[in-house]
Design a binder for this molecule. Sequence first.
Ligand SMILES: [Zn+2]
Length: 427
Amino acid sequence: MAPSFNAQTGSFYAPDLETMPPEARLSWLNGRLAQTVAHAYEHAPAVRRIFQQAGLTPADVATVADLDRVPVTRKDDLVELQRREPPFGGFLGVPLTAVKRIYQSPGPLYEPEGDEPDYWRWAQALHAAGFRPSDIVQNTAAYTMTPLGFMLDNGLRALGCTVVPAGPGNTKAQIQMICELGVTGYVGLPSFLMRLIEEAEKDGVRWQQDTQLRKAFVIAEPFPPSLRRALAERGILAHDAYGTAETGNLGFECGHGRGWHIPYDVIVQVVDLNSGRALPAGAEGEIVVTLLTPVYPLIRFGTGDLSALDDSPCPCGRTTPRLVGWLGRVGQAVKVRGLFVHPRQLSQAIQRFPGVARFQAVVDRPKAMDRLTVRVEPNPDVDLSGQAAAIGQALQETIKLQAVVELVPPGTLPADAPLLDDRRTWD
Ligand SMILES: [Zn+2]
């Protein structure tokens, strides 16, 4: 299932798969999924256990739609499984001799890297960011312990770029290399690129005259519009992307500012926090990933990140759906009467009432029963007393739970009050 060399692009990158009609892609993905599931069930004991516990055989999970039947394995579960069955928790689907490198990321979690040119699928993302075979690219992501450095290195090499494996730090030497080697591209953290630029300018480097660095691929931290503008002022066009250490590339910008295109060769779903079922486009939920690889076949891995899908057409011509961005962590959710409640859901419901200045949801447990109270503060001169029932209704629709709505006078809630405050004690 390794990507094959594409003579047309001169690289391990297949643009046809990005622009194929969605129905054709779905049938292609279904085929790869069935293959992956059959292989994983046979060779990865953890996958077989998950299927058996859910009463499933590989034949039951032959299409993307069938994935709803497979329970989500969350990052915490994976940490525990790896601790019990080191190093990969029973998810390795190939002999160890087929593993090129092993990384460790916080958790700790161990990630195997398969011996393929672009195992983590970054080539397509880097291509969308404008990287081409003639580029000399400074890779400032770390090459040690964690996978990002080699992930991006593999993707750049699969495209035919020349890589400068700089890693983080050593700003003076990095600036010297950028100037003297005629480096044309940057990959790494956006903040570090800005630091390099500021240091260089302090030393008298005029960025646009003295360097040829005009493209950047930034990742691993938020990329605020102000930073994007600051880079654009130096003539640098930057694209950002989303991924995880366990799963690699999960989404990337195409230049049209419409979110992150999902790579063509991985299944990325947005699922309901409670049921684990895939949600339609537009609905917020957890990003859940199914890797189509025999090496480390994570099937329905919960990233813990929140987003929503957008499947409207994109002017770039890619037909892959997009993630709308990073909307928070599942970890901020609190379980109330057995259901996850996330602060974002509360905000979504409350936003419908423009008279509300701020709110705070409090969970407590009088008489051994969870209680959710949403304290709502109006804007000055607004009377919300007629709207309490409607607010309660909006909350019920969004979080599927009944909440007590309590109207409080303006100035009651501190500006930094957490949106969701869990005050239950369990001793
Ligand atoms: Zn696009």
